[in-house]
Every structure is written in structure tokens, then in C-alpha cells.
Design a protein around this ligand. Structure first.
Ligand SMILES: [Zn+2]
Length: 384
């Protein structure tokens, strides 16, 4: 809890390139000398522009906590599954030119099988969540905005968060994946989605390569279904989980924890329930990072969640292109083992999601995520 640096204003531009181009097109059409069709087109595009802008301003939904009691764990409608790992081949969908390495999702699955860490029987495929599930967290206007962008070429130009129809579908599947991992955790103590962790998505806007906040949606859906009352998010990505912190800012049932680099996107930071903000020049190595995590048992004991979601980001890695921490692969594996051991010792069902990873060598990213799988696998066998 030191060296906080909360900046006064956001460095995010208010408009995306798509919105600017669309607006300039409208102006051009209105100023042109064409016939009625030109005016008609301009009016239609202007309506479309307002729809995109309104999506950002539409208020987030108010979550009404159900008054009915919790459903007992052993009476959940879905039969328990032996598979603890959730993955979909759709996770690889993305723009080839976009920065986040979506190829990692295929490689992780492939290597987990190839290296005999897991078998195909260990995996279960998620189904996409419905819009009404997404609307437990995201504004209806924002969901419309994503849909509108996804069906036109303007989705390509949506700042650092381009979107297409196929990507939107994949994101809904990834949300389904995190929800499913949580359900598995509730039934079998531990579940892992080999995807998800989109912690920069806010209720009414996208940012930081994140459109839909899968962890928040999963928690809200489980609360609505009365499978959990309280939840906790342990966010160990090198970037602060600003979207998640914002969504649960005034919600006492969900405790948000984030350990991140302070002099790094996002600016400004949001207030999690517990933030550990460290600077690049503090040279955060394995030892320092693990030392900081020692607060976790106390926080978990105090909040007593029914479910923990652990975001095992790969970007605190020493060779990450975005982050400035100095953790080694072994250090990150020790982090995973420590966090998951603590959760298991306090007997809290835990779902794991992947989060970011941007090392120039994709094999490093894959190896770090595979190490998380190794730790989970060992934990399931009782070896950690
Ligand atoms: Zn990150």
C-alpha cells in the first residue's frame, strides 16, 4: 500500500477513430451537393453515430441482490463434471494485426495435451452467455454499441479495441467459459478457464483490449442464481483491474484485490478494495512480489467469500513488452502455487482465468500459462 499515484484525468481519447471518421463522413455528406440520397445517407449515419456515442453514456444496470436464500451446492441443476478445465477453439479468433497474441490460446491447449499435462477428457467446452447475462453488468446501450460496431467495418477502427461479429461471439463464449469455470469450482473446488480475465472492461465502455468483463458477469450471474452471496477477485495481472474495481466499487459483497505496476496503464487507476501499487524503479522481483502477496490470507479470512476468481496474468514477467516487473517464470509459478494453496487452505472454491501476457517470444507466454495449469493440476492431485 505504498507509492500510490492516482492521476487526475483520463488519458483515454474521448472518441475512437471509427467515431471520428463516421462523424467526418456525415459532415462531408451534409456539405456535399448531391441529391436527396446523400442527405438521407447522412441522416442515417448521424443516427448511427449517436447510437455509438449513447452506448458509452447509457447508465450501467442497477444490480438488485436477490432476497431468496442460497441454493445448496449439491442441488445445482447441472450434473458435476470430472473436467476442471474450460477451453474453446473459438478463443483464437482475433485480428491478425492486433497486439494481443490470441494464438496463445491454441498453443496452450495444444501443449497441455502434447506434454501430457492434461487429456482431452480434462476439458469442457463453454457455450456463449446470453445478452441478458451480459446486461447484469454492462449497460444495454453499450451492448448495442458493441453489436453495431461488430456488424460494420467501423469495428476495425474502434481504437485499441477493434471488434467484429466473430470476435463478439468469441467474447460471449469466453464469458461463458469463466462462468463455467466458476460453476465447476463451486462443485469441485477448482475450475480453470484457459481464457478470460478481461479486467479492463467497464460497465459502459471498452478499453485495454477488453470489451466484456467476464469475471464480473460470472459473479453477477452466480449471485442472481443464488449460488453465491460473496465473491473475491485476486487480480495478479501487471495492470490494475480498473474495470472490475469500478464495477464493484460500491458493492460490499464483492472484494477486489489488485497487485499491479503503478506507473503503467491504466490512468487514472480505480479504487479496488485493496490495491498494491508498485513502481517499475522498485525493481519488483520474485521475492518482493511474493512478499507483497502475504496479505492475502488475512483479506480472504476477513471477507469470507463463497468463491474466488484468480486472474493469473502472465505480464508481470521480466521480459514482458508492456510491464516493468522482473518476475521469472519460476517466480510466477510460485505465485500461482502460493495463491491457490492459500485459497485451498481456507477452503474457498477458486476459479482461475488467464489474463494478459505480451512477451516478445510467444513461447514464454505459453510456458507461463502452462505453468499455471501445472500448478492447478498438481493441486487437484493434492501435490501442492
Ligand atoms: Zn495486463
Amino acid at each position: 500500500m505504498e507509492n500510490y499515484e492516482y492521476l487526475a484525468g483520463s488519458t483515454r481519447p474521448p472518441f475512437t477513430l471509427a467515431e471520428i471518421i463516421l462523424f467526418l463522413t456525415v459532415i462531408y455528406l451534409f456539405m456535399g451537393t448531391g441529391g436527396n440520397w446523400q442527405i438521407l445517407l447522412a441522416v442515417l449515419l448521424l443516427i448511427y453515430w449517436f447510437a455509438l456515442m449513447a452506448g458509452k453514456l447509457w447508465p450501467p444496470p442497477k444490480f438488485d441482490f436477490p432476497a431468496t436464500p442460497l441454493v445448496r451446492k449439491n442441488s445445482t441443476p447441472n450434473a458435476p463434471t470430472k473436467a476442471n478445465f474450460v477451453w474453446s477453439p473459438e478463443y483464437k479468433v482475433g485480428f491478425w494485426w492486433h497486439f494481443p497474441p490470441v494464438k496463445k490460446y491454441v498453443l496452450i491447449h495444444h501443449r497441455a495435451i502434447e506434454e501430457k499435462i492434461l487429456t482431452e477428457d480434462d476439458f469442457i467446452k463453454p457455450t456463449p452467455l446470453r445478452d441478458q447475462d451480459l446486461a447484469l453488468v454492462h449497460g444495454r446501450g453499450y451492448l448495442w454499441r458493441l453489436y453495431l460496431l461488430s456488424i460494420t467495418p467501423l469495428g476495425f477502427l474502434n481504437g485499441e479495441n477493434p471488434i467484429s461479429f466473430k470476435i463478439l461471439k468469441k467474447l460471449k463464449i469466453a464469458c461463458g467459459g469463466t462462468y463455467l469455470a466458476c460453476k465447476i469450482a463451486l462443485e469441485q473446488q477448482i475450475g480453470m478457464n484457459l481464457g478470460g480475465g478481461f479486467h479492463h472492461a467497464f460497465a459502459c465502455h471498452e478499453e485495454g483490449f477488453c470489451h466484456l468483463n467476464d469475471m464480473s458477469i460470472a459473479i453477477r450471474k452466480l449471485q442472481t442464481e443464488r449460488l453465491i452471496n460473496r465473491a473475491m477477485i485476486i487480480d495478479c495481472d501487471v495492470h490494475q483491474g480498473n474495470g472490475t474495481a469500478s464495477i464493484f466499487e460500491s458493492d460490499k459483497t464483492v472484494f477486489t484485490f489488485s497487485i499491479h505496476q503503478d506507473d503503467l496503464y491504466p490512468y487514472p487507476k480505480q479504487y479496488s478494495n485493496y490495491d498494491i501499487s508498485l513502481l517499475r524503479n522498485q525493481r519488483v522481483d520474485d521475492k518482493r512480489y511474493l512478499e507483497e502477496l502475504k496479505v492475502l490470507p488475512t483479506l480472504i479470512q476477513e471477507h469470507r467469500p463463497d468463491l474466488i476468481i484468480y486472474l493469473a496474468g502472465a505480464d508481470p514477467f521480466q521480459y514482458d513488452r508492456l510491464g516493468g516487473f522482473l518476475l521469472t517464470k519460476q517466480g510466477l509459478m510460485d505465485r500461482d502455487a502460493y495463491v491457490l494453496r492459500v485459497c485451498a487452505d481456507i477452503d474457498i472454491p477458486t476459479a482461475i482465468v488467464l489474463g494478459g501476457g505480451y512477451a516478445s517470444n510467444i513461447d514464454d507466454i505459453v510456458e507461463i500459462h502452462l505453468n499455471t495449469i501445472r500448478v492447478v493440476h498438481k493441486l487437484l492431485k493434492g501435490d501442492v
